[in-house]
Design a protein around this ligand. Structure first.
Ligand code: HEM
Length: 359
C-alpha cells in the first residue's frame, strides 16, 4: 500500500468515527431538522409533542379543551368531569328526594284527611249560588291545570319510567310511549306558558297581599278547626301563596325548559349566580356551555318537584278535601254559604248585605 493510499483510508475512518459519535450524541440522524432547532425537541404547532402521556391524559381528564376543525368547538372537550357529578345528582339525590317528597305529601294528606275528614260547609248548603269564576277564568285555569298534569306525568316518566314502567310494559312499548311523551312534553309546555300568562293577567289584582292575610295565616285558615272561618277577600292567604308559587315557579320552570329545548342558546346560571353571590352564596360564575345545560336540568327538576308537591295538595283541597270547592272551577258557581264561610269579604263586596239574594 502506498503512502497516499494509507493517508486516504485513515481520513475516511476518522470521518466515519466522527459521524457515528455525532449521531450517538444527538439521538437523531436528522441533525439539521429545523423543528428540533426551534422548539427544543417539541413538535411545533398545537400538538403536545414531547409532553408525556400521563400529562396529556391528566389534562384531558380535567376537561382541557383541545382544537377541533368542526364548527362545534365544544367537541374539543373529550372528558367533561362535571357531567359525572350532574349524572350522579340526577340519578341519586334528585330522584330519591323527589320520590320521597311526592310520597310524603300524599301520606300527609291522607293523615290530614283521617283526622280532619272533609271540611264541610258549617251552615249547610243554601241551594243558592254566586258566580265565582267566569268562562275565561275557568278556561285559563284548566289550560294550566291540564297541561301541567301532562307535563308532570311525562316528566316523571323521564326520571322514573325505566325503573317503574319498563319492567311491566316491556322495552318496545315503553320506548314508544316515552318518545311520544317527550314530544307531548315539548309541545304542551307552550300551552302551559300561555295559561300561566292568562292566570297572571286575570288574577294578579286579587292576589296582592293584604292585612287580612296575616289573620288568616295565624288561624291556619280555619283548616284545622271546624267552625273557624277567618275572613278573606276573593283569594285567601293560602290561595295567594299557591298563586305566586305557581306563577313564579311556572315561569322559572318554563325558562329552564326552553333552555333545555334549545340547547346552548340560553345561558342564565352564570349571571344568576353572580347576582346571588352579592348575598354571599359563593357560587361558580365561570360556567361552560355544558355546565349551563346541567344546571338547567337540575333546576328544572327541582322546581318541577316543588310544583308537583304543591299541586297534589291543591288538588286534594279543591276536590275531596273541601265540600263545595270544586264547583268554583267546574260550573263557575259556588254555594252562597260556602262563599260566606270561605270568602266573606268577597261575597259582601259582590253582593252587599241587604242586596237581592242575600239573606
Ligand atoms: C285536577 C286538577 C285540579 C283541580 C280539580 C283544581 C281545582 C281548582 C279549584 C276548585 C280552584 C278554585 C278555588 C276557589 O274557588 O277558591 C282552583 C284554583 C287555582 N288553581 Fe287549580 N285545580 C287543579 C289543578 C291545578 C294545577 C295543575 C294548577 C297549576 C299548575 C292549578 C292552579 C290553580 C291556581 C293558581 C288557582 C288560584 C289559587 C287557588 O285557588 O289556590 N290548579 N283550582
Amino acid at each position: 500500500m502506498t503512502a497516499w493510499l494509507k493517508k486516504s483510508v485513515s481520513i475516511a475512518l476518522f470521518a466515519a468515527a466522527a459521524l457515528i459519535a455525532a449521531t450517538a450524541l444527538s439521538g437523531s440522524f436528522y441533525l439539521d431538522n429545523p423543528a428540533s432547532a426551534q422548539t427544543s425537541g417539541k413538535v411545533p404547532g398545537q400538538t403536545l409533542g414531547a409532553t408525556s402521556d400521563s400529562e396529556l391524559w391528566r389534562a384531558i381528564r380535567k376537561g382541557k379543551q383541545g382544537n377541533v376543525s368542526i364548527q362545534d368547538k365544544k367537541a374539543g372537550v373529550m372528558i367533561q368531569s362535571e357531567g359525572e357529578s350532574w349524572r350522579s345528582i340526577r340519578n341519586g339525590p334528585l330522584a330519591t328526594y323527589g320520590a320521597w317528597a311526592v310520597i310524603g305529601v300524599i301520606a300527609l294528606l291522607a293523615l290530614f284527611f283521617t283526622f280532619r275528614g272533609r271540611i264541610r260547609v258549617d251552615a249547610g248548603l243554601s241551594g243558592q249560588t254566586v258566580e265565582r269564576f267566569n268562562a275565561t277564568e275557568r278556561f285559563a285555569h284548566w289550560l294550566v291545570a291540564n297541561s301541567f298534569i301532562v307535563l308532570a306525568l311525562t316528566g316523571l316518566n323521564l326520571l322514573y319510567g325505566r325503573y317503574v314502567l319498563k319492567s311491566f310494559l316491556g322495552p318496545e312499548i315503553f320506548s314508544t310511549l316515552t318518545q311520544l311523551g317527550k314530544y307531548a312534553h315539548n309541545y304542551v309546555a307552550f300551552a302551559f306558558i300561555l295559561g300561566l300568562v292568562m292566570i297572571l293577567v286575570l288574577w294578579i289584582k286579587d292576589n296582592i297581599p293584604n292585612k287580612q292575610d296575616l289573620t288568616w295565616l295565624a288561624k291556619g285558615g280555619g283548616l284545622f278547626t271546624s267552625g273557624s272561618h277567618p275572613p278573606a277577600k276573593r283569594f285567601n292567604a293560602g290561595q295567594k301563596i299557591v298563586f305566586w308559587l305557581v306563577v313564579l315557579g311556572g315561569f322559572s320552570i318554563s325558562l329552564s325548559g326552553i333552555a333545555l329545548l334549545f340547547p346552548f342558546k340560553i345561558e342564565m346560571f352564570a349571571g344568576t349566580f353572580a347576582i346571588l353571590n352579592i348575598f354571599g352564596f359563593g357560587l361558580p360564575t365561570e360556567l361552560t356551555p355544558m355546565q349551563e345545560m346541567q344546571y338547567s336540568q337540575i333546576w328544572h327538576s327541582i322546581v318541577a318537584f316543588g310544583l308537583i308537591v304543591l299541586i297534589i295538595a291543591h288538588i286534594y283541597i279543591a276536590t275531596i278535601g273541601m265540600e263545595g270547592a270544586y264547583d268554583a272551577m267546574g260550573t263557575g258557581q259556588v254555594d252562597r254559604n260556602w262563599a260566606k264561610e270561605h270568602h266573606r269579604l268577597w261575597v259582601e263586596r259582590e253582593e252587599p248585605p241587604g242586596a237581592p239574594g242575600d239573606d
